[in-house]
Design a protein around this ligand. Sequence first.
Ligand SMILES: C[S@@+](CC[C@H](N)C(=O)[O-])C[C@H]1O[C@@H](n2cnc3c(N)ncnc32)[C@H](O)[C@@H]1O
Length: 242
Amino acid sequence: MGERDRGSSSAAGRAAWLWELRRQNERQEDVADTANEPYWQETDDAHRVSFDRLLSMLPPGGSVLDAACGIGRHVGAVLASGRSVTAVDASAVYLAKTHASFPDVTIEKHDLQDLPYRDRFDAVVCVDAMEFVPPEDWPRVLGRFRDALHRPGRLYITVELVPPEEIRSMNDAARGSGLPVVDGEVMWEASDESPGYYHYYPGLDQVRAWLSGAGFAILDELEGPWHDGEYAYHHILARTTM
Ligand SMILES: C[S@@+](CC[C@H](N)C(=O)[O-])C[C@H]1O[C@@H](n2cnc3c(N)ncnc32)[C@H](O)[C@@H]1O
């Protein structure tokens, strides 16, 4: 096998691995105990401030796509502001829970990578979910967000932060166990019994470059509180430029 063949077969192997991880994550989310996990019952000031800022920029009666909505943790705040919501997620179970809480919200099952919308919304929000997107999919996902937006359109995304030494150590562990990871990719809670769950941690300069390449100008950035020093979210508000 020549170098090129080896390269393409390892690229195909990585693509197959990433696809299986996406489906595995969907299965894990479908059985998650959202009623008892504190994450789903709470939100912090940085998320609230960012949502308020975003909503202050939207036309009255505007429309918001909640991309990777989970069980609709942020839907109530958007509806209370007088905007309509379309809620999308990979997990059918989460979408059903969102529908149970907010029967008037349109729910649709899509992967972030395959959002089908064109010129439909005043804003796209993708909160606490971009860490599930591998590096090769970031430009595609941001392009789908841009295509979904009216002009001008607004975007609110979060980027999960973890201390760099922890990312490096978990990335080394994943590579050492033979997984086809690239820098920044980790498997949380992997064990002999469980493959764990995938996250990718891009550098913020890389995120800014991807946003610019996808046709977004950053309006505001805010680093959220660190939770016991373990993780935080970097909040980015942006507008369309093309
Ligand atoms: C941590 S939850 C956050 C949910 C919600 N945005 C919130 O802030 O409560 C991450 C969500 O991303 C969804 N998700 C992960 N990867 C996805 C993908 N590729 N396409 C669509 N949804 C995805 C999961 O199903 C889950 O609902």
